[in-house]
Design a binder for this molecule. Structure first.
Ligand code: 6PG
Length: 470
């Protein structure tokens, strides 16, 4: 029997879309999928046939007509022009108060534009970041919706049912108006870039200075994942070291080309942080390192031109303990920078974000989920106006107890010519942020000297200029 009152519609039946819609159906909602690709439609029908709650079509009219009012239609299609094209195709078939949710990594200003456009047509539009990859979409992602608060009530039950759970609480919450959801997801990805860069640097130093084998690396990361570094990224890193190659002898990780790709969300985070004037150097360098990694041919030429220091082997126990503490320290810096950006963006774009809620819904389901996020949630619950995580009393001992390890590891890396850009940036960010006096008084003097740009003084109010050459 064909239903005509499906609870939820999904456009884009790629891996993410298919998994998300099956998750919706698993949670007892009738879900209808739409894609132009007949094979994807057939694949979903086949996979969902036992659930009795999933249907799919290549015909947009049938799709829209099958959904109950107000229609709730989620798009899981690549960010960019395709989102606009899908919206245009849907529009003639929709009624006032229907809801469109963009679940992709759309750029936040595109979401603002689409929201205004659709509002004029009486359609509620949501930009909802969905994190957790294919498995998360199927078993419980972290969902970051933003848009009209009134419209959210209609999608809340479905989102709360399908989201990951942490201590029974769903990892989804209404985050704020307009593009708040996409913006938060963008910064989530910036933090993700930072954490990925850091885990890879630690792998590098353990391998080069400690001669760790992949099996040992698997053991170390598995052990760390049971302690204060517990996180999805550390967990999958442990698994990666255990993966044998199926095409050749040996471990897969050693065969993977060291050129990292990116789809843009990390870069957008950095670009926007520059616009806001918020320093996020650990995230910036993570983006730059993907760019530097892509210059493989140039790196090969340069490697042949320059000598590197020969690496002094380091005691494994000492190295491991330094690496664990340094990674913990740098993870904190990555979160601190991303959350600092969110706090500022919240004011600038009037998102009214509650950072404790954001940290809460990141505790499970998403790529940056980690034990640390419980501590971060509590820090923001204690002080909703916390400007930076480094100012939270509960983080002082965590940082104080690990910063020396970060310092020593950076020294070790520098001495041995092992690049640790993320870690050293995290350290200098900390050293600078916690310095009551920085040498930027000199920059002000230089600006005034060559360009009469003026300066302020430490001992009296006002704007000053000196005739330096008099
Ligand atoms: C997530 C991820 C995801 C992102 C990938 C790839 O939260 O599930 O952030 O949305 O698309 O991580 O991103 P890059 O291709 O830019 O590395």
């Amino acid at each position: 029997m064909e239903y005509t009152d499906y609870d939820f519609g999904l456009v884009g039946l790629g891996v993410m879309g298919r998994n998300f819609i099956l998750n919706v159906a698993d949670n007892n909602f009738r879900a209808f999928g739409y894609d132009l690709d007949t094979e994807k439609v057939a694949a979903l029908k086949e996979e969902g046939k036992d659930l009795n709650k999933v249907n799919a079509t290549t015909d947009i009219k049938t799709f829209v007509a099958s959904l109950s009012s107000p229609r709730k239609i989620m798009l899981l299609v690549p960010a960019g022009k395709i989102v606009d094209a899908v919206i245009e195709n849907l529009l003639p078939h929709l009624d006032t108060d229907d809801i469109i949710i963009d679940g992709g990594n759309s750029f936040y200003t595109d979401t603002d534009r689409r929201e205004t456009y659709l509002q004029e047509k009486g359609i509620n539009f949501f930009g909802a970041g969905v994190s957790g990859g294919a498995k998360g979409a199927r078993k419980g992602p972290s969902i970051m919706p933003g848009g009209s608060k009134k419209g959210y009530a209609a999608i809340q039950p479905i989102f709360e049912a399908v989201a990951a759970r942490y201590n029974g609480e769903p990892c989804v919450a209404y985050l704020g108006p307009k593009s708040a959801g996409n913006y938060v997801k963008m910064v989530h990805n910036g933090i993700e870039y930072g954490m990925m860069q850091l885990t890879s640097e630690i792998y590098d130093i353990l391998k080069k200075a400690g001669n760790y084998t992949n099996e040992e690396l698997h053991q170390v990361y598995s052990k760390w994942n049971k302690g204060r570094l517990q996180s999805f990224l550390v967990e999958i890193t442990a698994e990666i070291f255990n993966q044998k190659d199926t095409l050749a002898e040996g471990d897969l990780v050693d065969k993977i080309l060291d050129k990292a790709k990116q789809k843009g969300t990390g870069k957008w985070t950095s670009q926007n942080a520059m616009d806001l004037g918020i320093p996020i150097p650990t995230i910036d360098i993570a983006v730059s390192m993907r760019e530097l990694s892509a210059l493989k041919e140039e790196r090969l030429k340069a490697d042949a031109l320059y000598d590197r220091p020969s690496i002094t082997a380091t005691d494994k126990t000492e190295l491991e303990s330094l690496a664990e503490a340094a990674l913990y320290f740098a993870f904190i810096m990555s979160y601190a920078q991303g959350l600092h950006q969110l706090a500022d963006a919240s004011k600038e774009y009037e998102y009214h974000l509650d950072l404790s809620v954001i940290a809460k819904i990141w505790r499970a389901g998403c790529i940056i989920r980690a034990g640390l996020l419980e501590d971060i949630t509590q820090a923001y619950q204690q002080d909703a106006n916390l400007q930076n995580l480094l100012l939270a009393p509960s983080f002082v001992s965590k940082v104080q107890g690990t910063v020396d390890a970060a310092r020593n590891l950076v020294i070790l890396g520098a001495k041995n010519g092992i690049p640790l850009p993320g870690l050293s940036n995290a350290l200098t960010y900390f050293d600078a942020y916690t310095s009551s006096r920085l040498p930027l008084n000199l920059i002000q003097a230089q600006r005034d000297h060559f360009g009469s740009h003026t300066y302020e003084r430490t001992d009296r109010e006002g704007i000053f200029h000196t005739d330096w050459e008099a």
